[in-house]
Design a binder for this molecule. Structure first.
Ligand code: NAD
Ligand code: LMR
Length: 336
């Protein structure tokens, strides 16, 4: 029996090599970057992936040549420069987008908007034209705005399917699981804490009251843990001191999310991931909640569940920022 918060262990995507064999074609857009390279590596190691197209504006021929020597069955092809953008998307069933600039210390994710909005718009427009049925997984920040931008590009092309456009917020869940595991002495792979809302600061809302196994913290610890999860991206940006933001943990998180999409596409039941998607759950038009995934993307939005007063306050505080970021993305796309 499927339950909202207790996923069968086999669907947790913690062991990427457990994917049921399939023949999935994946395109990585921004494949030469800090996330793109390790993500491409993890996808090359996934036995369900048989075709891996790597697109970037630089260096993909070298990355593809290098990866292609790994003794797994995925055929790896590099595509470089805008002339090869559409070719890189032919036949793609999943398009993962980590293209764009990362933060430096002192910046917010929204400070990346001016550069990354047009990158995501361009890549989404090409996907909407060449592989309109593909699952689209957007990593590029600010996710709270880039997902609305991508959605608008699909709408313009007349190929929008809200069940197939995802903002990848898996890293927030991965961090929540890790930090809770550390605090409670649990194997983090056995922890599952939903994280809802958006992917920036106070819009990141861990629902620790819904964690499995159930965990409890005194109020001050709960507040500090929640804030650590909300600020975890900034923690990495500070530690990298100008050399970018999270890349390795993000590659892991994106590989986990892609593997869950693959499992759901191949008919595995009970696959649940949180992701930032078009939503009716709150007043925000895009919102992350646990989603039951199926062969056609979102099969069912599992909603927010029961929130504690502390979590209700987090939600109230996040909505104005979330709505503003969504509107900003939509306005940009309108004029693109
Ligand atoms: P990076 O600078 O190392 O790599 C970005 C890559 O994108 C580069 O190889 C660059 O050449 C490429 N690129 C630039 N313009 C492009 C275009 N028009 N088409 C295709 N590729 C293009 O950056 P990174 O560390 O890999 O981060 C990438 C993005 O992911 C950033 O926006 C970052 O903020 C975001 N990010 C999101 C999450 C999340 O949880 N969603 C986590 C970490 C990072
Ligand atoms: C993260 O959460 O690590 C990413 O969104 C990158 C960042 O800028 O913090």
């Amino acid at each position: 029996m499927f339950s909202r918060f207790q996923q069968p262990a086999t669907t947790l995507a913690r062991g990427l090599a457990t994917s049921s064999p399939n023949n999935v074609a994946v395109a990585v857009m921004g494949a030469s970057g800090g996330i793109g390279q390790p993500l491409s590596m993890l996808l090359k190691l996934n036995p369900a992936v048989t075709k891996l197209n790597l697109y970037d504006i630089v260096h993909t021929l070298g990355v593809a040549s290098d990866l292609s020597h790994c003794e797994t069955k995925a055929t790896v092809t590099g595509f470089v420069g805008e002339d090869q953008l559409e070719a890189s998307l032919v036949g793609a069933e999943i398009v993962v987008i980590p293209a764009g600039v990362p933060r430096k210390p002192g910046m917010t994710r929204d400070d990346l908007f001016n550069t990354n909005a047009s990158i995501v718009a361009k890549l989404s427009a090409a996907a909407a034209k060449v592989c309109p049925d593909a699952m689209i997984a957007i990593i590029s920040n600010p996710v709270n705005s880039t997902v609305p931008i991508a959605s608008e590009m699909f709408k313009k092309a007349g190929t929008y399917n809200p069940n197939k456009v995802f903002g990848v917020s898996t890293l927030d869940v991965v961090r929540a699981n890790t930090f809770i595991g550390e605090k409670k002495g649990l194997d983090p792979a056995s922890v599952n804490c939903p994280v809802v809302g958006g992917h920036a600061g106070i819009t990141i809302m861990p629902l620790i009251s819904q964690c499995t196994p159930a965990v409890q913290f005194p109020a001050d610890e709960l507040k500090a843990l929640t804030e650590r999860i909300q600020d975890a991206g900034t923690e990495v940006v500070k530690a990298k001191a100008g050399a970018g933001s999270a890349t390795l943990s993000m590659a892991y998180a994106a590989a986990r999310f892609t593997d869950s999409l693959i499992k759901a596409m191949s008919g595995q039941e009970g696959v649940v991931e949180c992701a930032y998607v078009a939503s009716n759950v709150t007043e925000a038009k895009y919102f992350s909640t646990p989603l039951l995934l199926g062969p056609n993307g979102i099969e069912k939005n599992l909603g927010l569940g029961n929130l504690t007063p502390f979590e209700q306050d987090l939600l109230k505080a996040s909505l104005p920022e979330l709505n503003g970021s969504i509107k900003k993305g939509e306005e940009f796309a309108k004029n693109y």
